[in-house]
Design a protein around this ligand. Structure first.
Ligand SMILES: Nc1ncnc2c1ncn2[C@@H]1O[C@H](COP(=O)(O)OP(=O)(O)OP(=O)(O)O)[C@@H](O)[C@H]1O
Length: 730
């Protein structure tokens, strides 16, 4: 079954104008969709509206062209909370009680009504999906309990947490108790679980509401320009339903997720803190979009682990039913964001979810195993438990008490009676005693009459009978073996603990390593996201800059390199200029044109100073060499800047075209002053000393003339140079 995707268009705010509406719900049938007002009877109108499955929106580049997206259902601005719940959520409740998990999540740009849909308002008719779902769960629970006349019992437990800046926080914990690192995630049997999360039982709707309200007060929300109560985190509510009937227990889970909305930060006018939140929100949503893309392209690697939200949501991995509510605003100011949401939803609806029922669990004593009898009809001997001495409770009996319990023996070692002795489950398995092994063997042998020699032995010990001596020996041996076993088990335990510590330590190291690479990759992804956004808006030079910033994180990504090259081509077209310069270089008649062209090129340099700033920024780092060559041949502007019109090398960018920032940075470096160098961003005292040492090795007169040379100094890499440079303000 695929993810069910429904779209909900929020009504206009007072500040929004009908004139600006560009998103229009529609019906797939030829008959135009009618609104409630058109119909004499509200119910019939609602039924008609249920047929709306289309969203129409103009192409942002060509208003005359319309895009149409089809979903499972579309709810317009006049649909109520009740309409949405009755049609989409209420039908899932019975599945929850039939053993299926249900996941409902709201997705959309900031201010499109996700929180309104999921949580809603305080009044009865404004209540959102979550309180209505809980109300339905409790109603059904009571019905099950009543119908079974108390034989079934339903327990509801709730956990509620948020993912804020890619960290997980328990919403039942007050803010002051939060640890900065948040709660860790672990994989548990294919499911991602949050370690240390509180789970609260909620006996009834009232309990739930008070807990839910308390927890919501801990949720991170802030005012942004686009939403006075904007959610700054993804909120995940998990409702566990435990249905017990006799010895059978079934656990199912309803998850309701209010995702934070993606934000275009040119519109939010966010400050620094909001920007950090926003970057984290956008990044996780970007990863989500990547996961959906990878799933729809049936790629083997789905990047779930690149953000906590995608790891938890595990779209396409979780079993059961999944409903996505796509929240939309209908006005023009959301145009591009709406298109990107629609594209995302369009891909999501193709994701197939395995509809797997949760298995019930049985508690109480294990059910007896029925064994097939042998063909001859003889009952087979039950197999002995293969318990090892480590896990067995060893009974080191007190001789005096055991004496009393032990029945008097009629025979010596080979006694039939011994085999009749009853065992408790915790008795030391008789097989572990060599003596007992003999006796075990004996049970299959015919009983023996004591030998003459045995009788004489008994006589030799005066009044101690031989069977008593044998018993004493046997007990002694058992005691020794028991002590040895205990010793072995404690040694084994110590060994296990040591091993556990070792394994734990390695796991932690591994985790940290993975998180480290994940962090770096995440940074790269956020550059990519920004690049895509700029590209989409036609801001090519910023897009180019972002792609370049992303490149060090994906050094061998050909697609990325191609994008950069294409943008460079776009920004620095090189038609006749190349020809002119080349021809000029050859001294042809056309060389007359050269001064004019060169002058124009110099002007272009001033205009495009920003681009050049990036050029010199990028001209270090091995991964750029291929690209750089391409750029060098493709960019005559650079060519004319070389004194001899040749490309002597990547470092040959003369100082006169260095940006003030670069020249300042190089002058600090060339000052060879540890005090000054260590003040550069990302450089500590040690690194500053190392740089100065390097410079001294180069000789008195030699200077660092470019960023690429700086990047090649021992201990200074691409990242350090970027860091140093970004910290220079001139
Ligand atoms: N269907 C609706 N009916 C009435 N009001 C709505 C509806 N949807 C949204 N609103 C109103 O729009 C405003 C923004 O909605 P909401 O806070 O739910 O957006 P959001 O998508 O959760 O935003 P963010 O991602 O920033 O948290 C709220 O004042 C809300 O009451």
């Amino acid at each position: 079954m695929s993810v069910r995707v429904v779209a909900r268009v929020r009504p206009l705010w007072k500040s929004e104008r009908e004139l600006d509406i560009i998103v229009r719900p529609g019906s797939a049938s030829t008959e135009p969709a009618r609104t409630k007002k058109d119909s004499p009877d509200g119910k019939a109108a609602a039924a008609l509206k249920d047929r709306d499955t289309l969203i129409r929106i103009p192409n942002p580049k060509n208003e005359g062209e319309q895009y149409t997206f089809q979903f499972n259902a579309v709810y317009g601005g006049d649909s109520t909370q009740q309409d949405l719940f009755d049609a989409e959520v209420a039908p899932t409740v019975k599945h929850l009680f039939n053993g299926f998990d249900v996941t409902i999540f709201a997705y959309g740009v900031t201010g499109t009504g996700k929180t309104h849909t999921m949580r809603g308002g305080k009044s009865l008719q404004d209540r959102g999906v979550i309180p209505r779902l809980l109300s339905a769960i409790y109603r059904r629970s009571r019905k099950i309990e009543k119908d079974s006349q108390g034989a079934s019992n339903v327990e509801v437990l709730m956990s509620y947490y948020e993912i804020y800046n890619d960290k997980v926080y328990d919403l039942f914990e007050p803010l002051e108790k939060r640890t900065p690192a948040g709660l860790p995630l672990r994989d548990n049997g294919g499911k991602t679980v949050v370690v240390g999360l509180t789970e609260r039982p909620c006996a009834n709707l009232k309990d739930f509401e008070s807990l839910y309200d308390q927890a919501n007060a801990n949720r991170s929300t802030s005012a942004t320009k686009l939403n006075a109560h904007s959610s700054r985190s993804h909120a995940i509510l998990c409702v566990k339903i435990v249905t017990t009937t006799g010895e059978k227990t079934r656990v199912t889970m309803a998850s309701a997720i209010d995702l934070a909305g993606s934000e275009d930060n040119r519109r939010t006018e966010n400050g620094k803190e909001r920007m950090v939140e926003s970057a984290s929100i956008n990044k996780s949503l970007f990863v989500l979009a990547q996961c959906v893309e990878a799933i729809s392209k049936k790629q083997s690697r789905i990047p779930y682990r690149e953000s906590k939200m995608t790891r938890i949501l595990s779209l396409g991995q979780n079993n059961g039913l999944t409903l996505m509510i796509l929240n939309l605003a209908s006005v023009r100011s959301y145009h591009l964001d709406t298109i990107s949401s629609l594209n995302f939803a369009n891909r999501t609806k193709k994701i197939e979810i395995r509809e797997i029922e949760n298995e019930p669990m049985f508690k109480g004593p294990a059910r007896p195993l029925t064994r097939a009898s042998t063909t001859g009809g003889a009952l087979r001997q039950p197999l002995r438990p293969l318990t090892s001495s480590v896990n067995v409770k060893v009974n080191v009996e007190n001789p005096s008490t055991s004496d009393e319990k032990k029945p008097a023996k009629a025979f010596f070692v080979y006694s039939d009676k011994q085999s009749l002795k009853s065992h408790t489950p915790f008795d030391r398995p008789r097989r572990s005693s060599p003596l007992k092994r003999n006796s075990d063997v004996s049970t299959r042998l015919p009983s023996k009459i004591p030998r003459e020699s045995d009788r004489s032995a008994s006589k030799a010990h005066g009044d101690i009978p031989a069977d008593r001596i044998e018993e004493m020996v046997e007990r002694k041996v058992e005691q020794i073996l028991a002590a040895r076993a205990m010793d072995d088990s404690s040694k084994q335990q110590a060994q296990m603990e040591h091993m556990n510590e070792e394994v734990q330590r390695r796991l932690e190291l591994l985790e940290r390593k993975i998180e480290g690479t994940e962090d770096a990759r995440a940074e790269g992804l956020s550059y990519l996201l920004m690049a895509k956004q700029h590209h989409g808006r036609g801001e090519y030079s910023s897009a180019l800059r972002m792609y370049r910033l992303a490149l060090p994180f994906f050094p061998r990504n050909e697609k990325l390199a191609a994008k950069i090259a294409a943008l460079e081509e776009k920004l620095n077209p090189q038609p006749q200029v190349t020809a002119e310069v080349q021809v000029a270089g050859r001294g042809s008649i056309l060389s007359i044109k050269k001064p004019v062209k060169m002058a124009r090129t110099h002007a272009a340099i001033d205009e495009n100073y920003k681009i050049f700033e990036h050029e010199d920024e990028d001209d270090y780092g091995d991964s750029y060499i291929g690209l750089k060559r391409k750029r060098a041949t493709a960019t005559p502007k650079m060519a004319v800047l070389k004194d001899d019109n040749t490309f002597a090398g990547e470092n040959a960018i003369p100082d006169r075209i260095q940006s003030p920032r670069t020249s300042h940075l190089l002058s600090v470096i060339n000052s060879r002053d540890v005090g000054q160098i260590k003040l550069l961003k990302g450089v500590g005292a040690k690194k500053a000393e190392a740089i100065v040492d390097c410079l001294c090795e180069m000789g008195e007169v030699d200077q660092v003339r470019s960023l690429s040379e700086l990047g090649r100094l021992k201990g200074v890499g691409l990242k350090t140079v970027q860091n140093m440079r970004s910290g220079v303000f001139v």
